[in-house]
Design a protein around this ligand. Structure first.
Ligand SMILES: [Zn+2]
Ligand SMILES: [Zn+2]
Length: 244
């Protein structure tokens, strides 16, 4: 038997022995479903208009342009615009939690594919020359072994054909995880904890990638550093956004 046939046979055997399961309900998927089951797919809350023109959070009415959070943001907003794929509800939480803590990389593939299906045109219009994942501090990276934002950035880059730069934006302070802090302490916690090595690369338009957008302080702090390094426009992509 040819090697190629053996490989196909091996893959078939793996499918039978370890059938692909839905990442949300763990039901075995049928041929047509591929990445997630039909029922769970329907339950995902994908973001849809009207959305805040700045952060992409859902708005209560068509008449508004910006969400209350952007309107009342204490301090300067450095990023130009962002889009998120989903509202941060139970489905989104599970997909991202399993990617981050159980290293289920299929979730990154699924999320990137969905993102591209829904937001491709908008992201292309940004004409970005780099995709930059929000970095982890090197101590945390060593402990986890990977950066979930980098996995997402790599998957997205395959579709957008934009280079991923995960080397030059650094997190130089090992801060307390933002989710453990309330809104007022988040900003102080993350202030001045990023650095961009702008002597190495220069970008005109850059896209930051992170898993979740909550108050936006992390993205904004990264955007601040990029802007100070001369990047003209800073956009962001997050997989889910906490609705107000
Ligand atoms: Zn399911
Ligand atoms: Zn907003």
């Amino acid at each position: 038997m040819e090697i190629k046939n053996l490989k196909v046979l091996g893959e078939r055997a793996a499918e039978i022995l370890f059938p692909r399961k839905c990442p949300l309900c763990l039901k075995v998927l049928d041929e047509a479903e591929k990445m997630i089951c039909k029922d769970c797919y329907k339950k995902i809350s994908f973001t849809k208009e009207p959305l805040c023109m700045k952060c992409g959070r859902p708005l209560k009415s068509e008449e508004e342009e910006y969400c209350p959070s952007c309107q009342g943001y204490s301090g300067k907003i450095y990023f130009d615009k962002g889009v998120s794929l989903m509202i941060h509800d139970e489905s989104a939480k599970k997909l991202l939690y399993d990617l981050k803590y159980s290293n289920i990389r299929e979730n990154a593939k699924f999320l990137a594919r969905e993102f591209v299906r829904k937001k491709y045109k908008e992201v292309l219009s940004w004409k970005a020359d780099a995709i930059i994942p929000v970095p982890l501090h090197k101590k945390r990276y060593k402990k986890r072994g990977f950066n979930q934002s980098e996995l997402l950035a790599n998957e997205l880059a395959k579709y957008f054909k934009i280079a991923v730069d995960s080397a030059n934006l650094l997190r130089c302070v090992d801060t307390i995880p933002q989710k453990e802090l309330d809104k007022s302490k988040r900003k102080k916690n993350i202030e001045n904890s990023f650095k961009f090595l702008d002597n190495i690369v220069k970008y005109k338009y850059a896209i930051l990638v992170d898993d979740i957008f909550t108050t936006g302080t992390t993205i904004n702090e990264c955007a601040k550093v990029l802007k100070k390094s001369g990047v003209e426009n800073v956009y962001f992509i997050t997989m889910s956004i906490v609705s107000e």
